[in-house]
Design a protein around this ligand. Structure first.
Ligand SMILES: NC(=O)c1ccc[n+]([C@@H]2O[C@H](COP(=O)([O-])OP(=O)(O)OC[C@H]3O[C@@H](n4cnc5c(N)ncnc54)[C@H](O)[C@@H]3O)[C@@H](O)[C@H]2O)c1
Length: 315
C-alpha cells in the first residue's frame, strides 16, 4: 500500500511501533533518528529498513533521502521535559528540524503522497475549554511553542506549496514499546516500572490532575488513516479518547492490574512542566472525517501493556 517511507524519530516509542505496523505494507522504510533518547534495538531488523543515525538537522542527509520517499511520518522530537532544561535544543529540534524536513520535502520530494506531523495536545496548555477542540490553543511551555510553531510551517507549506500535509495532535500515548530505558518516557511506563521494582509510585502534585490517555494501537491507526485518506490533507486532528483519568486513579488501576495493591504512592512537588490540571480532547473531527475509532478502553490498554512488559522481562 505504501511505497518508500521516511520515519523520523523511528527509534522512539511511537515511531518504532509505527514502523512495525507499516513494515508489511511498505516497500522500504528509511529511519532517521539521532538516538538521543531512542533505542536502535526498538527498530526491527529487516532488509526493508535502512536506519540512519543522524539528526533531522543534517540537511545533507535529509536532502539525499527525500527524493526516494512518498510518505513521511515526522515523529522526531526533543521531549517536553527536556524543553524546560534546554530550550534551545527544543527549538532546534522541534521547529528548525521540522522546518528542514518541510523545506527538503518541497525541494526534493517529487512523489510525495503525505507528510504526517506528530504534534501534541500540549498546544492546549491548561485549556479553559474542555473537551478541547482543534481551534483552541494556549502556549505555555517551550515544547508547546516549538511544536505549535512547526504546525504553522506545515500550514505554510500546505497553503503556499500544496504539500500534502496532515497534523495529528496526540494525547498521552501509552502501551507496548514505551520503555523506561528512555528516562523521559510517559507516566504509564514509569508506574509499571515502580511496581515491578517494588518502589513507590511517584506522583507530582496531588494526583487529581487528569490526562486523556490514548492506547498506542489507536494512535497508530490514526497515522495510517491520515496517510491513506485524501480528506486528511491540510487538516489538523486531535487524537484522544475524550475521557479524563486522574493520575491517582491511573496509579490505582495499574496497581490492580499488576496485583500489587500494597504498592506505596509518594507525592512530590509539581515540576515546571506540570501546568495542566485537566486534559480532555475532542476527537470528533478525525472520527467523522476518517472514521477513526477508539478500540481500547484504558483498562484494556493497560492490561495489554502489562502483558507486554511481562513478556519483555521473561525474554
Ligand atoms: N508519547 C506521547 O504521549 C506523545 C504525545 C503527544 C505528542 N507526541 C509526539 O509524537 C512524537 C513521538 O513521540 P514519542 O513518545 O515516540 O517520543 P520519543 O521521545 O520516544 O521519540 C522521539 C525520537 O526522536 C529522536 N530524536 C530526538 N531528536 C532528534 C533529532 N534531532 N534528529 C533525529 N531524531 C531525533 C529520539 O532519539 C527519539 O527516538 C513526537 O513528535 C511527540 O512530540 C507524543
Amino acid at each position: 500500500m505504501f511505497g518508500n517511507v521516511l520515519v523520523t524519530g523511528g527509534a522512539g516509542f511511537i515511531g518504532s511501533q509505527l514502523i512495525k505496523k507499516i513494515l508489511p505494507i511498505s516497500k522500504h522504510i528509511y529511519v532517521i533518528d539521532d538516538l538521543s533518547t531512542g533505542l536502535r534495538e526498538s527498530i526491527p531488523d529487516s532488509e526493508k529498513i535502512t536506519f540512519i543515525k543522524e539528526s533531522i538537522n543534517n540537511k545533507k542527509i535529509i536532502d539525499e533521502i527525500m527524493p526516494k520517499v512518498e510518505y513521511i511520518f515526522h515523529l522526531a522530537c526533543s521531549n517536553i521535559l527536556k524543553s524546560v532544561s534546554d530550550i534551545e535544543l527544543d527549538l532546534n529540534t522541534n521547529l528548525i528540524g521540522g522546518f528542514n524536513l518541510l523545506q527538503s520535502a518541497y525541494k526534493n520530494c517529487r512523489m510525495l503522497k503525505r507528510f504526517i506531523y506528530a504534534s501534541t495536545a500540549s498546544v492546549y496548555g491548561a485549556a479553559t475549554i474542555l473537551p478541547t477542540k482543534e481551534e483552541y490553543y494556549k502556549i505555555e511551555l517551550p515544547y508547546a511553542a516549538s511544536k505549535f510553531s512547526a504546525e504553522h510551517y506545515c500550514s505554510v507549506y500546505y497553503t503556499m506549496y500544496k504539500l500534502p500535509i496532515s497534523i495529528l495532535r496526540l494525547s498521552n500515548v501509552y502501551g507496548p514499546g514505551q520503555t523506561t530505558l528512555n528516562p523521559y518516557c510517559g507516566v504509564v511506563a514509569k508506574f509499571f516500572e515502580a511496581i515491578n521494582l517494588k518502589e513507590p509510585i511517584i506522583i507530582y502534585g496531588n494526583g487529581n490532575q487528569t490526562r486523556d490517555f490514548t492506547y498506542i494501537e489507536d494512535a497508530l491507526s490514526a497515522f495510517i488513516l491520515a496517510a491513506i485518506n485524501e480528506k486528511a490533507i491540510g487538516q489538523v486532528y486531535n487524537v484522544g479518547t475524550g475521557i479524563e483519568t486522574s493520575i491517582i486513579s491511573l496509579a490505582n488501576e495499574i496497581k490492580l492490574i499488576s496485583n500489587h495493591s500494597e504498592n506505596l504512592v509518594k507525592f512530590r512537588q509539581k515540576r515546571p512542566i506540570d501546568v495542566v490540571n485537566r486534559r480532555n480532547i475532542d476527537s470528533s473531527r478525525i472520527q467523522e472525517d476518517l472514521n477513526w475509532k477508539i478500540n481500547y478502553t484504558l483498562s484494556e490498554g493497560l492490561k495489554e501493556t502489562f502483558l507486554w512488559l511481562k513478556e519483555e522481562r521473561e525474554k
